[in-house]
Design a protein around this ligand. Structure first.
Ligand SMILES: Cc1cc2nc3c(=O)[nH]c(=O)nc-3n(C[C@H](O)[C@H](O)[C@H](O)COP(=O)(O)OP(=O)(O)OC[C@H]3O[C@@H](n4cnc5c(N)ncnc54)[C@H](O)[C@@H]3O)c2cc1C
Ligand SMILES: *[C@@H]1O[C@H](CO)[C@@H](O)[C@H](O)[C@H]1NC(C)=O
Ligand SMILES: *[C@@H]1O[C@H](CO)[C@@H](O)[C@H](O)[C@H]1NC(C)=O
Ligand SMILES: *[C@@H]1O[C@H](CO)[C@@H](O)[C@H](O)[C@H]1NC(C)=O
Length: 559
């Protein structure tokens, strides 16, 4: 009990929101996912007065989080800090997951980087070159990517004793790929080599804990006097007159009020693919059909009048990696019950973790690889990138589930909408509604079956050996329930073609919302197309690059 109180006193807790404050801000950043955390750090580093607003509660113990099993009491750790407990999100997500979306997302300090599996590797040049606009190509992004990987290099050996625990699954699949001619690479060094290559799984963990953006960007931002952040502070909408934003309307502690910008201030929305779209709609920015829905909701009477609406295709261009799960079993594979570790950890494993941040609980449950890649050229000439992740989990004790993700080069898109309960809905599925996208997925499945075909002792659980790859892919519904990867992007597309005049883009090449003077969006929602890496590294890189562009813009309203 004494220790508990001790931690409560020494943790760097976020300030609670203070709606009566008359402070004004150069920058208000909305949302503390990877996009928002990197922005908050870079903008405060440049000397600006920055307020970061996060809708959810603290997550990591470093920031005053409290959600934890009994065995972590008397430590500075919560469930979010221990890599081996990351799977708990599938068992219990009350008070953690957003309740106003029809898909999973973290509504907690850190957003997705508080709850995800922390897989983290360097983007391939095609990630930028194939779908990002001018000024955001591989050559333009290099400095930003390097900055991210200097700050947060990532690791392939999360356990602090330097060992990899339960490597049998990695060895089985990696060994099979190697025998079939695939090459082992270092994912964060040889990022240009993504065709029939495999690697040890890389994570953004630090010191055997989740680490990541919350333990780097937020730590340096928080050390500055010109920075503040409030948790449990949800933004309802931006306050604007025409294109000029003057502040945000914040809901906290049961009341709401306006937090204002300085005369030359700016708002950065980093509320994620669902959250940033939702704030735009509630601020009168979107297509008329969606704004009419918001008008008919509880927001209606206080919504900005329709003569001020800005017509932009918010919610279009929705995408997510298409997930296709295969399952194999092999007698060598050894799994681990990470769910049991939450309440009843093995005592030896618990002690190794608590005393030295070592052992199986320092590894991402149950994602210890390998990860691997292949590039499939479509008959339409587009190179489509597939990445695969293997986890030691499945229907049998010796199973591994191997998930294929279709990212870079994919052309399928869906649509996000909002209903009059102000809930965001994936109303048009973004998966495989293009024949060449599907052909790439089928070819990738076949390629893996061929590659692992010579591994002795392997059993194919799905697809079964009698099923064709095409029949297998067709048997899985192309909807979010069966295919989602929780890697959503695209609803606030960045591009040079202004959506107000028939274009497809919502933000310009400086990430500024078309038709506004000082409203920006920096998170996964602005991605025009997907990347081959897991999203975190790419989002941090986009934020680093956006910060340079935004800081260089002359202030609107300045003399
Ligand atoms: C279960 C799961 C596993 C994943 N695994 C991986 C992985 O291993 N590796 C990887 O790289 N990626 C992974 N991802 C994806 C990755 O986490 C996301 O792509 C990434 O977090 C998106 O970053 P973002 O900054 O766009 O938004 P988010 O991380 O979604 O952050 C948005 C933040 O804004 C806040 N917010 C929303 N609305 C408001 C509002 N109105 N006012 C104030 N704050 C608001 C939210 O609470 C949240 O904190 C996973 C995601 C999930 C859900
Ligand atoms: C917990 O404390 C250890 C030792 O001081 C420190 O290295 C680590 O970063 C802390 N972790 C969190 C989540 O606060
Ligand atoms: C990326 O595209 C540019 C042209 O836009 C090209 O010059 C460059 O070689 C490409 N880079 C890679 C690594 O493919
Ligand atoms: C990927 O590798 C395969 C097999 O070696 C090869 O046929 C194909 O051309 C390569 N694709 C690209 C885009 O390099």
């Amino acid at each position: 009990m004494h220790l508990l109180q001790h931690w409560a006193v020494t943790a760097l807790v976020a300030a609670s929101c203070s709606l009566s404050s008359r402070d004004t801000w150069d920058y208000i950043v909305v949302g503390s996912g990877p996009g928002g955390l990197a922005m908050a750090d870079r903008l405060s580093e440049a000397g600006h007065k920055v307020l970061l607003l996060e809708k959810g509660p603290p997550s990591s113990g470093r920031w005053g989080g409290t959600m934890k099993p009994q065995w972590l009491q008397n430590t500075n750790l919560t469930r979010f800090d221990v890599p081996g407990l990351c799977n708990q999100i599938w068992a219990d997500r009350n008070g953690i997951a957003c309740t106003d979306y029809d898909q999973l997302a973290g509504c907690i300090l850190g957003g997705g980087v508080a709850i995800n599996s922390a897989l983290y590797w360097k983007p391939h040049p095609d990630d930028w070159n194939l779908s990002f606009p001018a000024g955001w190509k591989d050559a333009d992004m290099k400095a930003a990517v390097d900055k991210v990987f200097t700050r947060l290099p990532g690791t392939t050996t999360p356990s602090q004793d330097g060992k990899i625990y339960l490597p049998q699954g990695f060895n089985t699949i990696g060994g099979g790929l190697k025998a079939a001619g695939w090459a082992e690479i270092d994912a964060n060094k040889e990022n240009g080599l993504r065709n029939r290559t495999y690697a040890k799984t890389a994570y953004y963990y630090i010191g055997g804990e989740r680490g990541g953006p919350m333990a780097t960007y937020l730590v340096t931002a928080n050390a500055r006097k010109n920075f503040a952040f409030w948790t449990n502070a949800g933004v309802k909408r931006v306050v604007r007159t025409g294109g000029k934003v003057t502040g945000v309307e914040v809901e906290c502690g049961g009341s709401s009020g306006v937090v204002s910008l300085t005369g030359t201030g700016r708002v950065i929305l980093s509320a994620g693919t669902f959250g940033s779209a939702k704030i735009l709609w509630r601020s009168g920015i979107g297509t008329k059909d969606m704004l009419d829905v918001v008008k008919s909701s509880g927001d209606g009477s206080s919504m900005i009048s329709s003569d001020q609406w800005i017509n932009l295709p918010v919610g279009h261009n929705l995408y997510d990696h298409v997930g296709t799960d295969l399952e194999i079993a092999h007698p060598n594979v050894v799994g681990y019950d990470f769910y049991a570790a939450y309440n009843r950890p093995n005592q030896g494993d618990m002690n190794s973790y608590l005393n030295g941040r070592s052992g199986i609980l320092a590894q991402s449950a149950p994602n210890f690889g390998p990860m691997f890649w292949e590039i499939i050229k479509g008959s339409d000439g587009i190179n489509r990138h597939l990445h695969w992740q293997a986890r030691v989990e499945g229907s049998r004790a010796t199973s591994m589930t191997v998930t294929q993700y279709l990212g870079t080069g994919s052309v399928s898109r869906g649509r996000l909408t909002i209903n009059n309960q102000l809930r965001t809905i994936v109303s048009q599925s973004p998966y495989l509604n293009n024949a060449q996208d599907k052909a790439a997925v089928v070819a990738g499945v076949q390629s893996l079956r061929d590659a692992l075909g010579k591994v002795s002792g392997i059993t194919w659980v799905r697809p079964t050996s009698s099923q064709t790859s095409e029949a297998f892919v067709n048997s899985i519904p192309a909807n979010a329930g069966s295919r989602n990867s929780n890697h959503w992007i695209g609803t606030v597309k960045m591009g040079a073609d202004d959506g107000r005049s028939g274009g497809t883009s919502v933000v310009d090449l400086n990430t500024k919302v078309y038709g506004t003077d000082n409203l920006f969006v920096v998170d996964a929602s602005i991605f025009p197309g997907h990347v081959t890496s897991n999203p975190t590294a790419a989002i941090l890189s986009v934020a680093e690059h956006a910060a340079v562009k935004i800081l260089a813009l002359p202030a609107a309203g300045a003399a």
